[in-house]
Design a protein around this ligand. Structure first.
Ligand code: C5P
Length: 310
């Protein structure tokens, strides 16, 4: 980086995620569906530069930036506002977001922005909250925000926000097929409701999946990947059928919709295979973008802090 940084700027990076397993139960009275999910953070990041300002404002560049609101609908904007309210501080910030995670793709990009904004503003304003306190604020902002703070691999229960770290050995290599026609989380859950009106079972995580993670074995893990929202996502975005067909013709061990979609994540046997799979899916011309990433990745983390005195 050669560009000068404004005095007092704080640069934080937070990861996108995929859900290795997403089991959904029937909608509760709070309007949320009970979940049992396993998140894995991957090496695709949101960058947030927090610069002192008179007011709280947001600007966005990078992947799909034109489709991201910059007003108070933006989750990073809400994160800064919530932190200011919770700590009683009267401060502004200009949050400059560079998007790496697809927008409305089921990879938690907005949640990563919110997690990064919480950490960046906490550092910039010197509010000094403990990680646990930031986690409580994160849960108020959205079900996936606490995970973007912690990263790595974790089990999420409740709305997905009650996290327990999961033991995972080694690296897993993923090929992402991105479709720009995003899906919103509520519309996918609504479609799931229609398809599962008789559902009663409480969601749970399979022991075999947890064991495959501990073993660090992609072949074993592939057999236990699961996403209950997948059928609903395919119904809303039929292009996904062609994406799955394209992965079928490769050495991908298994492909699944990430979260509420429409991004499809395919597990590769190793890094070299991931590159070959990505090239084949590019040639099939079924997705708007194809990326190779790996997991687990770290949670929201300070990259650089430039203090006034420097
Ligand atoms: O919490 P978050 O803002 O990520 O959720 C967005 C919407 O997704 C919720 O308002 C709800 O409609 C749906 N949702 C759900 N069950 C969950 C998580 C989200 O129904 N566990």
């Amino acid at each position: 980086m050669t560009e000068p940084r404004p005095a007092g700027a704080v640069h934080v990076r937070a990861p996108g995620k995929i859900n290795l397993s997403l089991a959904v139960g029937p909608k509760g009275e709070d309007g949320y569906h009970p979940l049992a999910t396993v998140f894995q953070a991957v090496t695709l990041y949101e960058e947030v530069l927090a610069v002192p300002d008179e007011v709280i404002r947001v600007s966005v560049t990078g992947r799909h930036a034109d489709r991201v609101p910059t007003d108070s609908r933006n989750l990073a904007h809400r994160a800064a506002t919530l932190l200011a309210e919770a700590t009683g501080i009267d401060a502004g910030v200009h949050l400059q977001i560079t998007k790496g995670v697809p927008t409305a793709g089921g990879m938690g990009g907005g949640s990563a922005d919110a997690a990064a904004a919480l950490l960046a503003c906490d550092l910039l304003w010197g509010t000094g909250l403990a990680r646990e306190e930031l986690g409580h604020l994160a849960a108020e902002l959205g079900a996936d925000v606490p995970f973007a703070l912690t990263g790595q691999t974790a089990v999420g229960l409740g709305r997905g926000d009650a996290l327990t770290p999961a033991l995972a050995r080694g690296r897993f290599h993923w090929v992402l097929a991105i479709i720009e026609d995003g899906l919103t989380t509520p519309e996918v859950f609504r479609a799931w409701d229609q398809l599962n009106s008789g559902a009663r079972l409480a969601p749970r995580i399979s022991d075999a999946l947890m064991q495959a993670l501990v073993a660090g074995d992609p072949r074993r893990l592939a057999g236990h990947l699961r996403n209950d929202l997948q059928i609903a996502a395919i119904e809303l975005q039929p292009r996904l059928r062609d994406v799955f067909k394209a992965f079928d013709d490769t050495s991908a061990l298994r492909a699944l919709v990430s979260g509420s979609g429409p991004t499809v994540a395919a597990l590769a046997p190793d890094h070299a295979a991931a590159l070959a799979i990505a090239a084949a899916v590019e040639r099939a011309d079924v997705a708007d973008e194809v990326l190779v990433v790996s997991g687990p990745a770290h949670g929201a983390r300070l990259v650089e802090s430039v203090r006034d005195s420097e």
